[in-house]
Design a protein around this ligand. Structure first.
Ligand code: TYM
Length: 330
């Protein structure tokens, strides 16, 4: 049976890119593989980017990311769900991987380059970020990693690290593969300027109040060819067209696509129809989130239980890795 692992950073409100690109796959694979699917709020990764981290908020954001995933349908009774800092083996395995990972490979990582160029001084932890990510996955000998397209390069590096470790110390780790949500590889941001991302501030949050979402959608760019209401447009070149594919039912998609091409529908009406789909998808999630927020003890208990279950798998793997690398056993 496959072993699934994925992680999500507690660095801001989860957005629809996270949701369609990754979180929905966590739920789907969780239904299929039960306790062989392991999901983690990766709080140790958060401080690697000083621009997106505040020590006073980390704990609350970790809880909030747990709430968001549970509200989106992740069932901690069925899967293993925990926070990374509660399982110390993650950092220990990461250290063993740092000694076999070439610095040049890490400097090549697109996400590293993007983040580092915005910083005056680059913390070593930002460079090591993908090594910790490899440890997250391989600590559970996971072979299946649901992520968005932006993480594929990190999963490739994970495969290389696994290969190198196996070659140097003896066969131990699988070479994991990324599982992508085909229709949600790279959800665009609401500013129309490329990928939706927490750091760009162009997100639609899954827990964001609906009126705030509407305030963002109303001025959002559409097909630039549609200067006047009477100009025909191309919904395939329009952000709102992309979002309809995520949120709307088929008849609505057909109506707005046809209406856009024939100038039969204006952009504001098209956006209002999108809001119907958004409301339908997000309202139940937001209601469940409100219930969970009202019971933070329950969410903490879930994470405590998840960490226990995770350690049961992680501890023997770590023991095996220590032996392979040759440490003295007492
Ligand atoms: P993070 O927290 O940035 O994002 C969580 C997941 O959401 C996906 N995603 C998107 N998918 C489609 N369109 C978008 N616009 C979009 N934005 C984000 C991401 O690809 C990701 O799957 N490095 C990881 C966290 C991590 C991890 C791991 C993942 C740490 N250890 C081990 C998998 C396995 C990250 O920064 O995700």
């Amino acid at each position: 049976m496959p072993r699934v692992f994925s992680g999500i950073q507690p660095t801001g409100d989860p957005h629809i890119g996270n949701y369609f690109g990754a979180m929905k796959n966590y739920v789907r694979l969780g239904e299929e593989y039960g306790k062989n699917s392991i999901y983690c709020v990766v709080d140790l990764h958060a401080p690697t980017n000083p621009n997106a981290y505040d020590p006073r908020q980390l704990a609350a954001r970790t809880l909030e990311m747990a709430v968001a995933n549970m509200a989106a349908g992740l069932d901690p009774e069925k899967v293993i769900f925990f926070a990374q800092s509660h399982v110390p083996e993650h950092t220990e395995l990461a250290w063993l991987f740092t000694v076999i990972t070439p610095v040049g490979e890490l400097e090549r990582m697109t996400q590293y380059k993007d983040k580092a160029q915005k910083l005056e001084s680059t913390p070593a932890g930002l460079l090591m970020y993908p090594v910790l990510q490899a440890a997250d996955i391989l600590l559970y000998k996971a072979d299946t990693v649901p992520v968005g397209e932006d993480q594929v390069q990190h999963i490739e590096l994970t495969r290389e690290i696994a290969r190198k470790f196996n070659h140097q110390f003896g066969e131990m780790f699988p070479e994991p593969r990324a599982v992508l949500a085909k229709d949600a590889l790279r959800i665009p941001g609401v500013d129309g300027q490329g990928k939706m991302s927490k750091s760009k501030g162009n997100t639609i949050g899954i827990l964001e109040p609906l009126d705030s979402i509407w305030q963002k959608l109303r001025p959002a760019p559409t097909d630039p060819a549609r200067v006047r209401r009477t100009d025909p447009g191309d919904p395939d070149k329009c952000l709102i067209g992309d979002y309809h594919k995520l949120f709307s039912d088929l008849p609505t998609i057909e109506t707005v696509y046809e209406g856009c091409r024939t100038a039969g529908i204006g952009c504001v009406d098209c956006k209002k129809m999108l809001m119907v789909g958004i409301t339908r998808e997000l309202t139940p999630i937001q209601e469940r989130a409100a219930e969970l927020r009202a019971d933070p003890v329950r969410v903490r208990d879930v994470l405590a239980q998840g960490a226990k279950e995770a350690r049961q798998i992680a501890a023997p793997v770590m023991e095996e890795a220590r032996e392979k690398v040759g440490f003295l056993k007492l």
